[in-house]
Design a protein around this ligand. Sequence first.
Ligand SMILES: *Cc1c(COP(=O)(O)O)cnc(C)c1O
Length: 222
Amino acid sequence: MNLQANITQIKQRINQALKASDKGQDEVALVVVTKSVAIDTIKTAIAEGVENIGENRIQDAKIKYQEIGNSVKWHMIGHLQRNKVRDAVKIFDIIHSVDSLRIAGAINEEAFQQNKIQDVLIQVNTSGEKTKYGLSPSEADVFFGKVNEFPYLNIKGLMTIGPLSDELVQIRGCFQQLFQLYHSLKADGFSFAYLSMGMSDDFELAIHEGSNMVRIGRAIFR
Ligand SMILES: *Cc1c(COP(=O)(O)O)cnc(C)c1O
């Protein structure tokens, strides 16, 4: 694995996709997904300039966080269970996977306890796949009607996971749907900063459709 070359190449591909996009993003943040990656390898990636780390399991993140600490920003990208919220609020700079009013309430309460304003993204299930977490677009409307109940959350945008599909049209449709929701909520006054969409297989398409935060694992650690 030539980590340095892989990271450089991904950054180049991100920049090319950004140049080709007409959606008006200024930049695209790269979250390097390190689930199932050994701590030494993660440290090498950080030495190569990686600033954002994505993890999807609290148990793993805890161990890695103890070793690595706050030299990077920690992104929680996996489904969060209520009994893991305390650790999540301790570790993560931003939680991408808020997918219910219930978990939002639990994070809000815990952030209050820890004297923190927790940055979060709301995960939307744009593909309708039953195996995927996230609010349906109509549930998202209900959710955003109730955000005043969560003063300790700073809702910074939306996240989705593209469908597991070879159909370009279908994947693009999901990303377009989230882009539209993002902009209609912004027009309603939400001060969003991040539209988190795009992984190893679809990040260029996601950037083309307006993503400004991609989450990439396999294309880097190969
Ligand atoms: C694993 C994962 C990624 C990264 O996926 P790759 O295909 O390895 O790039 C991104 N987002 C989420 C939510 C993930 O679980």
